[in-house]
Design a binder for this molecule. Structure first.
Ligand code: BG6
Length: 481
């Protein structure tokens, strides 16, 4: 067999963003309040708060201005084009289109903003990859029906989808119905992923949880996702839909069979369950026992199951930042993660935010998911959150270059293994607000934005060393690393 296959021609190279983390303009042109707009800033040690009443005198809310992509999109897209992007991942902020989520008519001004963004992308032949839901649930739906805990949300979401699909049927082909849908298998998913606010919740990291409501909400999203796929294809059969899984790859800490079994169970629940529903169109066999064990009981109708079966996605996408170990020994050293932590792997280094860096784990993961699903794959998030500093007016982010480079090398290995990998959109195209901590100074971008954790700064954009490096990488289709 011929070794050293290259990245295929037409491979998607780009970057990822999310509306709530970059747009700002939180109350401009008719936009409503989203669940992200009521989250204060925090740090790794000091968790973000969820404040049902916005109090700007007392708290700083990073999404309100973010990096003001709303007014800088032309400049930002031009910079992405300069790097050679042929794809740009973004989300559409639901509350720009339906401020409270339940209106019958969309907000034209919100749609016009995305018309302009798509026109700008087209100017540079950049394909948009649109996440329909990325932590942007209308806050009003929390008050009205506790977010996705209610079945009503499915219809509100589909109204939103219908407007998008009809308006953008000729400009957007690739859609992701829900970002990291599997986060609802953990309690940190309650707020960002479903707008559920259980009484007593104050801090993002200490949400009051009711697993039954949480899994019911996830079920509603599965049905909504499948209906969106069917609706979308009826409007434009060329549309391609993808799942988006927060893949926190797990290894047993030791070869103790207890660790191995625990790891398998953890992998099934955190990583595989949502993909199995969205890609295979089934509720997998192992969920029955998990639901019984955790006292989770809600009705899944035959109609729901039939919808889930029909509305499967076309491609698999996932975020990959780290791997974790699983141990049956409760006293083992721990590390954190986007939403799910684990035991410390003695062979890996971790970032300042305690996320373990594991490029080879990406190859392992790509093989793991391709073996399971056999559909085309995109890595729709991957990147290094780090503090960047100026030196002689420049940002020498060799650590970021190193991180991305090592992951690209492993993607190439996976392509050689036979995996059908079609795209890579690292997080993030440009510095933006961190979800877990609300910080600006946990930076991921190839483009630096002058703004600090307290909201001070000129918002001026600067090209980091990684900008030039990624440009070279894209120009050579992943050969010149
Ligand atoms: C993913 C999210 O979980 O991780 C992004 O989809 C997020 O929205 C990214 O920004 C990085 O996490 P954080 O907390 O460092 O911003």
């Amino acid at each position: 067999m011929k070794e050293n296959k290259k990245f295929p021609q037409g491979f998607f190279w780009g970057g990822a963003t999310a509306a709530n983390q970059c747009e700002g303009a939180w109350n401009v042109d008719g936009k409503g309040v989203s669940i992200s707009d009521v989250m204060t800033s925090g740090t790794h040690k000091d968790p973000r708060r969820i404040t049902p009443v916005i109090d700007e005198d007392k708290y700083y809310y990073p999404s309100h201005e973010a990096i003001d992509f709303y007014h800088h999109y032309k400049e930002d897209i031009a910079l992405c084009a300069e790097m050679g992007f042929n794809i740009f991942r973004m989300s559409i902020n639901w509350t720009r289109i339906f401020p409270n989520g339940d209106e019958s008519q969309p907000n034209e001004k919100g749609l016009e903003f995305y018309d302009r963004v798509f026109a700008e992308l087209k100017k540079y032949n950049i394909e948009p990859l649109v996440t329909i839901y990325h932590n942007e649930n209308p806050f009003a739906l929390t008050g009205k029906c506790n977010g996705w805990a209610s079945r009503e949300c499915i219809d509100y979401y589909l109204n939103f989808c219908e407007v998008l699909f009809k308006r953008y049927k000729d400009v957007v082909k690739y859609w992701i119905p829900f970002n990291e849908i599997n986060c609802l298998t953990t309690k940190l998913g309650n707020w960002n992923h479903a707008g559920i606010l259980n009484e007593g919740t104050e801090f993002f990291t200490a949400q009051v949880d009711d697993p039954n409501t949480r899994f019911l909400s996830l079920h509603h999203q599965f049905v909504a996702s499948a209906k969106a796929v069917m609706l979308g294809k009826s409007i434009n059969p060329e549309f391609q839909f993808g799942t988006m899984i927060c893949h926190i790859t797990v290894y047993p800490l030791t070869c103790n069979p207890d660790d191995v079994i625990l790891t398998q169970q953890e992998d099934l629940m955190r990583n595989c369950f949502s993909g199995d529903v969205q890609v295979k169109g089934i509720y997998p066999y192992y969920i029955k026992r998990y639901f019984e064990k955790n006292d989770i009981h809600f009705e899944i109708t035959d109609e729901d199951l039939s919808i889930i079966k029909q509305g499967t996605v076309d491609f698999y996408s996932f975020s990959y930042y780290m791997s974790n170990c699983i141990s049956s020994d409760a006293s083992s050293a721990k590390v954190s993660g986007n939403v799910m932590g684990g035991a410390k792997n003695p062979y890996l280094k971790a970032t300042e935010w305690d996320w373990q860096i594991d490029p080879k784990g990406l190859r392992y993961t790509l093989n793991h998911v391709y073996d399971r699903y056999g559909v085309p794959i995109m890595v729709t998030e991957n990147g290094l959150g780090a503090r960047d500093t100026f030196e002689d007016g420049k940002i020498h982010d060799d650590y970021r270059i190193q991180y991305i480079k090592e992951h690209i090398i492993q993607m190439k290995e996976a392509i050689n293994d036979g995996v059908d990998l079609i795209g890579y959109t690292p997080w993030a195209s440009i510095d933006l607000v961190s979800v877990s901590t609300g910080e600006m100074e946990k930076r991921y971008g190839f483009i630096y934005v002058d703004k600090d954790n307290q909201g001070n700064g000129t918002l001026k954009r600067y090209k980091k060393d990684s900008f030039y490096w990624y440009k070279k990488c894209i120009e050579s289709n992943g050969e010149d690393l």
